[in-house]
Design a protein around this ligand. Sequence first.
Ligand SMILES: NC(=O)C1=CN([C@@H]2O[C@H](COP(=O)(O)OP(=O)(O)OC[C@H]3O[C@@H](n4cnc5c(N)ncnc54)[C@H](OP(=O)(O)O)[C@@H]3O)[C@@H](O)[C@H]2O)C=CC1
Ligand SMILES: O=C(O)[C@@H]1CCC=N1
Length: 283
Amino acid sequence: MASHLVPAPVALLGGGKLAEGIIQGLLRSGHVRPSDLRVTVRRSERGEELRSRYGVHVLMDNPLAVRGAALVLLVVRQAQMRELMALIAPALEAGQTVVSLSADVRLAQLEAALPSSVSVLRAMPNTPVRVGAGVTPLTPGTRVTETARRTTEALFAATGRPLWMSEEALTVCTGVSGTGPAYVFRFVEALAQAAMAHGVDAAEAAALARGTLIGAAKLLAEPDATTPRLIAEVATPGGITEAGLKTLEAQGLARIVGEAVSVAIQRTRERADASAAAYVTPK
Ligand SMILES: NC(=O)C1=CN([C@@H]2O[C@H](COP(=O)(O)OP(=O)(O)OC[C@H]3O[C@@H](n4cnc5c(N)ncnc54)[C@H](OP(=O)(O)O)[C@@H]3O)[C@@H](O)[C@H]2O)C=CC1
Ligand SMILES: O=C(O)[C@@H]1CCC=N1
């Protein structure tokens, strides 16, 4: 076990869906032991679920959870972030690292709400972190130490691929890779619905669509895979796939995907603006 790669203990504040995925990804990586992880919840039944599934430390006390933590991850929703930061701010020790996974609270608000002696970063993982295949854009705050960078990168390297970028680029990624798994799963549903429309029964349609996505993803994961080559392997010139692809393009596939991504980015910005406005202290 190479536990030196990821710092310990890691405190995940907010044991919801994303936090559970990260716990699963970290444990399957072999770089983290259950005893290295502290998770906070606000409902004891949820705590019992996480404890029995993963053997992690579960707490209901956020300030206690951050004490001595090598890395603190904020994994609550936007509406809960301000209260959570106010709770932990007095408990944070100089030199600690806090990484916000919130899609819609900006660094400016995070740094204003947390002590200046801690390193603050943002991360935007996606759900494949659960199987070690996440892509996670990372953005450092204005007062981040080299150690904080390294430990944050190590954590997200254990669950897939970390990528450093600007905060503006991270916002764009929220609408591309953060949301992206849902778009892909919706495409699988549409493929199954199309099969059913042609008389395939529901179970077979689901198996065909799902199997096609999983198989295609494995081809894409091969070294040196490129999408033009993979498409050319399927589409015989003048043949059947080509006819289907032409229809996808004629019906505006690229435009539809582009619009979904633009709307998601816009929604991210609007929510971040609303959050920033709520953080302004009245004079
Ligand atoms: N899901 C995703 O794919 C992604 C999510 N994100 C971001 O991650 C964050 C969490 O999202 P997600 O996991 O989907 O949401 P969830 O609602 O599943 O998780 C949030 C969890 O935090 C718990 N919680 C709230 N307040 C506290 C508190 N004070 N102390 C301890 N626990 C608390 C909630 O408890 P309760 O169960 O009682 O409500 C809930 O379980 C969001 O900010 C989102 O923007 C970012 C990238 C991808
Ligand atoms: O849908 C959401 O708001 C979050 C952010 C990216 C993925 N899930």
